[in-house]
Design a binder for this molecule. Structure first.
Ligand code: ADP
Ligand code: MG
Length: 388
């Protein structure tokens, strides 16, 4: 194990409080719980683990912390091996130096905020603990609240104590399990901003479990999509939302605009056949044989609504017509569903409410759209063989 980096610790602005190395995780099966997770998180990186309830997010964090033992796999952090079934390595939770924060705070109710932090300072001399506890409380903006019991603190303050306690251990990795989901929205935003700021001072891997996609996109460098204990795709938000690895990932990310089509040869060019419509696709078709069925996906940013008065971006590119079947105004954004002519399919996308008004859009209105060829993403068809 590496030395604790006490020299990184003195308080004061702009300093690096904690540093470590890359966390690498490859795990399979924990008792009866299926798990097939593989990802890494660099020091200083924030990786969001997203997935529906029951997808194994908490189980995964507990396994990384050493609280559950997988049947197979390996966990390393920097130079340190925490777990490795091949060599029989299995560090105890206390030896792994992870900072854990849970949704429900998990503070000791009979201890003050100060003492809750102090229990994480067992690695320091007793004489240093009090001052260090105060320092961590101050870093979490809890000055003057050290003497309060958890019941005397607000939800946001409790979560800051939990974070102070997690960091006081000088962890090599920080694991946050839905840390902001039990507080009100204003507090959540504030805690999110504080986490973003804190990241400038701690260069350790941070795993953030959240079921809030907006939170994941706002805070994380990359996302790992979990389902049924399996890590389906890891990537930045742009990649995941524009190029999901499967229809399943697209659905888990709450994406619409997944359709079935097939590959056709059209005057020497490959095209995507969608009902009676023939679409141009910027890339991916060359890997497929004519006649092959495909599932295809279009990010809603690549559906262009044509303005009545002047040409808009991509006009002429995969033009389709249809009828507005749904229109939901939510503040500055209007969500449209358009029933496309000649195919039994509905395209969903957002336009600015301003644009919807300017075009005098109403339900039932006929519209012209372009489906941008660069946005069309071909997915391995789940019902047929995989793409090669
Ligand atoms: P998430 O945090 O993503 O909601 P969990 O990690 O809590 O998911 O659970 C993943 C799966 O493992 C669920 O199907 C859950 O029922 C199951 N599970 C969790 N804990 C245990 C346990 N101690 N024993 C058996 N099954 C468990
Ligand atoms: Mg959970």
């Amino acid at each position: 194990m590496s030395e604790r980096s006490a020299d990184l610790m003195p308080g004061g602005g702009g300093q690096l409080l904690l540093a470590s190395g890359r966390l690498e995780v490859a795990l399979q099966q924990i008792g009866p719980i299926p798990l097939e997770a593989r990802f890494h998180c660099d020091a200083g990186e924030l990786l969001a683990l997203v997935g529906p309830s029951g997808s194994g997010k908490t189980t995964l964090l507990r396994a990384i912390a050493g609280l559950m033992k997988p049947q197979e796999g390996r966990i390393t952090c920097g130079q340190d091996i925490w777990f490795d079934t091949v060599s029989g390595f299995d560090l105890r939770p206390q030896q792994r130096r992870v900072g854990l924060v849970f949704q429900d705070y998990a503070l000791f109710p009979h201890l003050t905020a100060r003492d809750n932090v102090r229990v994480a300072l067992g690695h320091l001399d007793a004489a240093q603990r009090a001052a260090q506890a105060e320092r961590w409380l101050a870093r979490m903006h809890l000055e003057g609240l050290g003497g309060r019991y958890p019941s005397q603190l607000s939800g946001g303050q409790r979560q800051r104590v939990a974070l102070a306690r997690a960091l006081a251990r000088e962890p090599q990795a920080l694991l946050l399990d839905e840390p902001f989901s039990a507080v009100d929205q204003v507090t959540r935003r504030r805690l999110q901003r504080e986490l973003a700021r804190l990241r400038e001072q701690i260069r350790i891997p941070i795993l953030l479990v959240t079921h809030d996609l907006d939170e994941a996109v706002a805070l994380a460098d990359r996302l790992c999509v979990l389902h049924g204990g399996k890590s389906l795709q890891v990537g930045d938000a742009e990649t995941l939302f524009r190029r999901p690895a499967s229809a399943e990932v697209a659905r888990l990310l709450d994406r619409h605009n997944l359709f079935s089509g097939s590959v056709v040869e059209c005057q020497g060019q490959r095209r995507l056949q969608w009902g009676p419509l023939t679409l141009e696709v910027a890339e991916g078709l060359e890997r497929l044989a004519p006649g092959q069925a495909v599932t295809w996906y279009l990010p809603d940013s690549d559906v262009v609504l044509h303005r009545g008065d002047r040409a808009s971006r991509g006009e002429g590119e995969n033009p389709v017509t249809g009828r507005v079947s749904e229109m939901v105004v939510m503040g500055g954004t209007t969500t449209l569903a358009v029933q496309v002519d000649h195919v039994e399919a509905t395209l969903r996308f957002d336009v600015s409410t301003h644009a919807a008004r300017r075009n005098a859009l109403v339900r039932g209105e006929r519209v012209q759209l372009s489906l941008l060829a660069a946005g069309i993403h071909l997915l391995p068809d789940e019902s047929t063989e995989e793409m090669t």
